[in-house]
Design a protein around this ligand. Structure first.
Ligand code: HEC
Ligand code: HEC
Ligand code: HEC
Ligand code: HEC
Ligand code: HEC
Length: 406
């Protein structure tokens, strides 16, 4: 038997060496193989620019999502100022405004690493949305889009631009910053030369000619005040900052810690504060009456002010009495500054803008215009000093003292 096999194999070998026979018929299909390794590129089609191996169902779950709560966050976000406000429409057909007011323009400036603003004109646009702060398809996660430093241009002569570098807040400050092309730039003249307000121009003959009623570099100054920068610093005063600034410098406090504090507050079936509403103050009565409540869940974080409040939400009156806040003193100083600016004829109380006569407002000595600049700065930071109480109060004290000088 063994010998026969050897002979057969030898013959077969010889036959193969000699010539190949015709191919036999195809065999029957074998059993199914084992499951393969995890597929690449979503398994069915390659999405250019989407994260490799992106698993759609991580976020787009087939049933209710109780892991990431995407639908819940979408609902909360409908109450955010970004969605409720109307200024997003200013981004349409405007190269100057698109980068911060519509997602489409924002993404264009993101591609240029926010070095400048969008240049294209968008005849269609949408509010800042999920894809503004997040890039879930490209990143495969909800990490925020921008976490490295962002430059905030200074509009006070002699003051350096700010390199804002606080962490996830950098994404907020890509928009909540001064405008590159502010109406101030070309409309302010110090001693006849186009330029920013200057704390050193103190001589009686120094003049500033303001030819725009918008004597400010736009509204989003929150990144600046949080880091104790951006105000008009009169010389001869000190400008201390609150502990929030130390925390920000150490990247230990983010805009989201206060503005997106959990749990979300719900009134009459509508999310009104916390989470993706980005809101802190809210109304317990309806969504269109004045804020009478404050979500202090963020303030109560361990290591911050855990014992200052006994509940996550307090009335605005209780909040104003919060000793460390100094809010009442600040509001009084703001009111005094406003009435002084109005009585000098620099501020128009009807419009709350600089008051021009014959197309201009001339102030001598020029440096005193800093009081008007600080008024707008503090009004626009929007927190009644809460972002940085000490810096806000110091700017007000210096402004009032200088205005009182003859
Ligand atoms: C990391 C989370 C995440 C993953 C993973 C993910 N998505 Fe999305 N997707 C989102 C978010 C957030 C939205 C916006 C939802 C909204 O607007 O309410 C969205 C929106 C969409 C939309 C609506 C179009 C749009 O631009 O608003 C489509 C279509 C979509 N995703 C398809 C996919 C597909 C296909 C995959 C897998 C290849 C996928 N997504 C993976 C988070 C994700
Ligand atoms: C794409 C630019 C952009 C980004 C990014 C952005 N914002 Fe805004 N934000 C705006 C604009 C524009 C408004 C004004 C909306 C309006 O009133 O029409 C606004 C308004 C707000 C308001 C409401 C202000 C009010 O007066 O009601 C809050 C609070 C706010 N943003 C917080 C944040 C926080 C916190 C972040 C980061 C997590 C952030 N924003 C990121 C552009 C942006
Ligand atoms: C660098 C980003 C940026 C650019 C560029 C920009 N904005 Fe804004 N704008 C903001 C932010 C942020 C807010 C909201 C600030 C807040 O509520 O504290 C805002 C608010 C506004 C508001 C609402 C003000 C209010 O209190 O009612 C108007 C109106 C507005 N912008 C118009 C414009 C126009 C017009 C342009 C273009 C000429 C423009 N913005 C360009 C960031 C920008
Ligand atoms: C203004 C900026 C902003 C917008 C717009 C925004 N988010 Fe967020 N989102 C954040 C920040 C900040 C966090 C906290 C994450 C962090 O600190 O890194 C967050 C967290 C999340 C998380 C939690 C991620 C986790 O790992 O727990 C989800 C889910 C989410 N966002 C979904 C959405 C959806 C859906 C939308 C659109 C409806 C949206 N976000 C719009 C800023 C934003
Ligand atoms: C220490 C907590 C804290 C931090 C950090 C913080 N904010 Fe605020 N912010 C507040 C409080 C408190 C208010 C006043 C809220 C109110 O009156 O409803 C406020 C108000 C605002 C407003 C005006 C809101 C309105 O409804 O008028 C904007 C816009 C804003 N903050 C943006 C930011 C941005 C952007 C950052 C990050 C650069 C930031 N904030 C960081 C506490 C904080």
């Amino acid at each position: 038997m063994k010998h026969l096999l050897t002979v057969l194999i030898a013959l077969l070998f010889l036959a193969l060496q000699a010539c190949e026979g015709p191919e036999g018929p195809a065999g029957a299909q074998g059993p199914a193989g084992k499951d393969g390794a995890n597929g690449q590129n979503a398994g069915f089609v390659y999405f250019e620019g989407f994260k490799d191996s992106l698993r759609c169902a991580t976020c787009h779950t087939p049933d209710a999502d109780t892991a990431l709560f995407m639908a819940a966050k979408t609902l909360e976000y409908e109450s955010a100022g970004h969605m409720e406000g109307t200024s997003w429409a200013r981004g349409i057909n405007s190269g100057d405004c698109a980068s911060c007011h519509i997602t489409e323009g924002y993404l264009e400036s993101a591609r240029g690493n926010f070095a400048s603003q969008a240049t294209k004109l968008y005849s269609h646009g949408s509010q800042p949305g999920c894809f503004t702060c997040h890039s879930p398809h490209k990143a495969g996660s909800f990490a925020v889009r921008k976490t490295d430093a962002i430059k905030v241009k200074s509009f006070v002569a002699g003051a350096a631009d700010l390199q804002f570098n606080v962490g996830s807040s950098n994404t907020c400050v890509t928009c909540h910053r001064t405008r590159e092309t502010s109406p101030m730039t070309n409309s302010v003249f110090v001693n006849g030369v186009s330029g920013n307000p200057d704390p050193t121009k103190t001589a009686a003959t120094d003049s500033i000619e303001i030819k725009t009623s918008r004597f400010y570099p736009h509204y989003g100054v929150q990144g600046q005040i949080l880091t104790g920068k951006g105000g008009f610093e009169f010389t001869g005063y000190t400008y201390p900052s609150s502990y929030h600034t130390n925390l920000a410098a150490a990247k230990n406090i983010q805009c989201s810690d206060c503005h997106m504090a959990n749990p979300t507050v719900i009134v009459n079936g509508t999310p009104v504060a916390g989470g993706h509403t980005l809101k802190i103050g809210y109304s317990s009565i309806s969504t269109d009456s004045a804020n009478n409540m404050v979500n202090v869940a963020g303030c109560r974080t361990t290591g911050c002010h855990p014992s200052a409040f006994t509940a996550n939400t307090v009335t605005a009156t209780v909040f104003a009495a919060f000793k460390q806040s100094g809010q009442k003193a600040l509001q009084d100083s703001m009111a005094t500054l406003k009435s002084m600016l109005v009585s000098k004829g620099w501020l128009d109380p009807a419009t709350d803008l600089a008051k021009l006569t014959g197309g201009k407002l001339v102030i001598k000595p020029a440096y005193k215009a800093g009081a008007l600049f600080n008024y707008f700065f503090l009004e626009h930071e929007g927190s009644h000093g809460m972002h940085n109480m000490q810096y806000a109060q110091a700017l007000l004290n210096a402004s009032l003292a200088e205005l009182r000088k003859p």
